[in-house]
Design a protein around this ligand. Structure first.
Ligand SMILES: [Zn+2]
Length: 437
């Protein structure tokens, strides 16, 4: 019986996989593993060649700040899926499942990502409805796939910031798609400040399932304007709670240093309302940019695990390797708290180019004048789709980690340790912080 279900799922998924234009074998393997899990009656993966789960193995036995958890497991109760986006661009699209409640935070990184993310979510969304849709801010890499996704799924409650500096066609199309959900599908649309203030029917805290809540976290820029779109990011805290234990999962979109500082200033611990918990999972701010995930925030939330949603090491924004996502500065800061850092995608190939090869082209901002730079092309899975999940067992909360490609930590990845020669100096792609030695 179970075998038949799995074969059917594999065939269905191979059909899906073949219809995708840019889908490598690892994508398909990831889909198959995920569907096998979904079609199984078990709460963890035992089929499809995935290693047998070992629930008593800690993810990070050597580090005191780590959760006691298990690899290669997806628990049913609560799941956060950091989806790989099917291209070589940084971006966010995070699908969250709490019981029957489905949530989508952002729809990056390009409109074409919907070819990857829609079939992925269709494995899990049973009633074609996303009860919550959140657009953290208006940048392309967070919103472009919303119109296509909302042609497939209906939205229940839509949350975004009242402010945006964006006037792009992608932003306008997103607003049109949101309005269409309100006009034709009965969706409710709220601004994050309304949620925070519990105004006009919006709520700061939503009970998603018996164990899970979603809280809209304070951001100064819900009420104040910024020249930096990233600071408008809607911030969310998911909490999985039993009578005796709780786990926290925190997402801040692309919030920049000013926003993190205001947030840290607000959450000074003086009252319950102004207290942020230590978190079991933090989505790296702004794809692991050097300007986000600053100490002021990390010192409060003390993350035990971190997922970076980006295409590792690409030259999308700069040719300077240390500033390519995830940046050396981000790595140096997160390393104080955890070595459990995972990244969704990575470039396929890279070359070291000279300034002459670059010529006078201005298409690679940030390349040092006269210096070598890293040029990348293509993409493939790094950890792949990263899924963090929970279940309660005898009042203890278990955490599962499952990566569709592999569960190699960033510090142990081939990319991190690749030795390159830049301007005559031999160096690894990233220097290992002392805590990661
Ligand atoms: Zn972004």
């Amino acid at each position: 019986m179970k075998f038949k279900k799995i074969i059917f799922s594999c065939l269905a998924v191979l059909g899906l996989g073949m219809s995708l234009t840019s889908c490598d074998i690892n994508d398909i393997k990831g889909f198959i593993k995920d569907v096998v899990d979904e079609s199984s009656d078990d709460s963890y993966i035992t089929e499809g060649g995935v290693p047998t789960p070992t629930p008593t193995d800690p993810i990070n036995p050597g580090n005191n700040n780590q959760p006691v958890s298990a690899d290669n497991i997806i628990y049913d109760d609560f799941q956060i899926h950091f989806m790989a986006l099917g291209n070589d661009k940084a971006g966010d699209s995070v699908y969250i499942k709490a019981g029957d409640t489905d949530i989508l935070i952002d729809a990056g990184s390009r409109s074409g990502s919907s070819a990857t993310t829609i079939p992925y979510m269709q494995q899990y969304v049973k009633d074609n409805k996303l009860e919550f849709v959140i657009a953290t801010h208006g940048d392309q890499d967070h919103i472009e796939a919303f119109p296509k996704i909302l042609e497939t799924f209906d939205a229940g409650i839509i949350i975004r910031n009242q402010y945006s500096n964006k006037t792009t066609s992608g932003f306008t199309k997103m607003l049109t798609a949101f309005q269409s959900q309100v006009d034709n599908k009965g969706a409710k649309a709220y601004f994050a400040n309304e949620c925070y203030d519990n105004e006009n029917g919006a709520q700061r805290i939503y009970q998603l399932s018996d164990n899970v809540t979603m809280e809209i976290i304070y951001n100064y820029y819900y009420w104040n304007t910024s020249s930096d779109e990233n600071n408008y990011s809607v911030c969310t805290m998911f909490t999985y709670k039993t009578d005796t234990d709780e786990k926290h999962f925190f997402l801040t979109g692309d919030l920049e240093k000013e926003g993190e500082e205001k947030l840290a200033e607000f959450y000074d611990g003086s009252t319950d309302e102004k207290t942020l918990p230590e978190v079991d999972l933090f989505k790296a701010g702004h794809h692991g940019s050097k300007t986000s995930s600053n100490d002021c925030l990390l010192d409060i939330i003390k993350p035990k695990m971190c997922v970076v949603s980006c295409c590792c090491g690409t030259d999308e924004y700069t040719g300077i390797t240390d500033n390519q996502f995830p940046t050396q500065a981000f790595i140096d800061r997160i390393a104080k708290w955890t070595d459990a850092v995972y990244v969704t995608s990575i470039y396929d190939t890279f070359t070291i180019e000279t300034a002459q090869a670059k010529g006078n082209s201005s298409d690679k901002t940030g390349v040092a004048v006269g210096g070598n730079y890293i040029h990348t092309s293509g993409f493939k899975m790094m950890n792949g789709n990263v899924i963090v999940s929970c279940k309660a067992e005898d009042d203890e909360i278990k955490l599962g980690l499952y990566c569709s490609n592999n569960s190699t930590k960033l510090k142990d990845s081939e990319w991190f340790n690749t030795v390159i020669t830049l301007d005559g100096v031999e160096r690894p792609m990233r220097n290992k912080p002392s805590n990661w030695q």
